[in-house]
Design a protein around this ligand. Structure first.
Ligand SMILES: [Fe+2]
Ligand SMILES: [Fe+2]
Length: 272
């Protein structure tokens, strides 16, 4: 290993769902950051407000709880009050491949307080398979990498997508060019975390930070009723078995290569 090796630990957290997810974040994240020596924390917040969207108040609440950057996805604009707020808060990202006319920004470069002069870039993409149309995430990320690679090698990509294949394709496409590609959106944590040959950490889905006694975070009785009757139902956020799901990535600051990726699941009853 290089003598310049300086390790950083980046905690990436999957979709935070509603108040149960937010409450667990505020209760657990500060001590989890300490215990895992986390230098930087990225979380997907697209479901933080009542299960869909995010508000300016919730952005502030999550940032205060120890999240450094909030990524999102297809639900980003569901709460209208966030729209005018996106320009003023660079720590809240929307999918970069929504194009330039969409409110907000799809990537950012942030100071990494643990290492002098070090920066970390975060890029948010959305998939196109079984999802609404958007620009090509592959071409979009190429254009962003051209702009940022002279600033930092430490680059984390949240690939918010439905199809496993599209997320794995993005992992291989970016292998050796970014520190990590982490998937979000399906709300189910996958067990395929690994370091690809070029040094990119990869996991298909970080999983959900919210109630797991549910169907993807929503009350199972309501969802089942809708499935069985075809009648519209309000899919309220569930309550039971709240867990924080994500992955801890260790990386070399200078090369930007990932050294390790470990899945994380913390329940409300777990220590700390
Ligand atoms: Fe989600
Ligand atoms: Fe989503």
């Amino acid at each position: 290993m290089s003598e310049h090796l300086k390790k950083v630990r980046i905690l990436t957290i999957g979709d935070i769902v509603g108040r149960p997810g937010r409450t667990l974040i505020s209760r657990k994240l500060p001590s989890l950051r300490d215990r895992m020596s986390v230098d930087f924390c990225i979380a997907n917040g697209e479901n933080a407000a009542g299960g869909s969207g995010i508000t300016p108040e919730i952005v502030d609440e999550l940032l205060k709880s120890g999240i450094d950057v909030i990524t999102s996805g297809d639900h980003i604009y569901k709460r209208k009050e966030i729209i005018g707020h996106m320009r003023s808060n660079p720590r809240l990202l929307r999918p970069a491949n929504y194009g330039e006319r969409a409110e907000g920004t799809g990537y950012g470069i942030f100071d990494l307080p643990a290492v002098e002069n070090a920066k970390i870039a975060v890029i948010n993409l959305v998939g196109r398979v079984f999802m609404n149309p958007s620009d090509c995430p592959f071409k979009t990320v190429d254009a962003i990498l051209k702009r940022i690679q002279s600033v930092t090698e430490l680059i984390i990509v949240d690939m918010h997508a439905e199809a496993t294949s599209e997320k794995i394709a993005m992992g291989w496409y970016l292998d050796g060019r970014v520190t990590a590609v982490v998937g979000t959106h399906t709300h189910v944590q996958t067990a395929d975390e690994r370091i690809l040959p070029g040094g990119t950490a990869y996991i298909t889905d970080l999983g959900m930070t919210g109630p797991h006694d549910s169907i993807l975070g929503r009350r199972k009785d309501r969802v089942l009723e809708a499935i069985l009757t075809h009648m519209p139902k309000s899919f309220d956020v569930a309550k039971g078995d709240v867990r924080l799901c994500g992955a801890l990535i260790t990386a070399d600051v200078v090369s930007g290569k990932a050294l390790e990726i470990k899945r994380v699941q913390v329940g409300s009853q777990d220590e700390p």
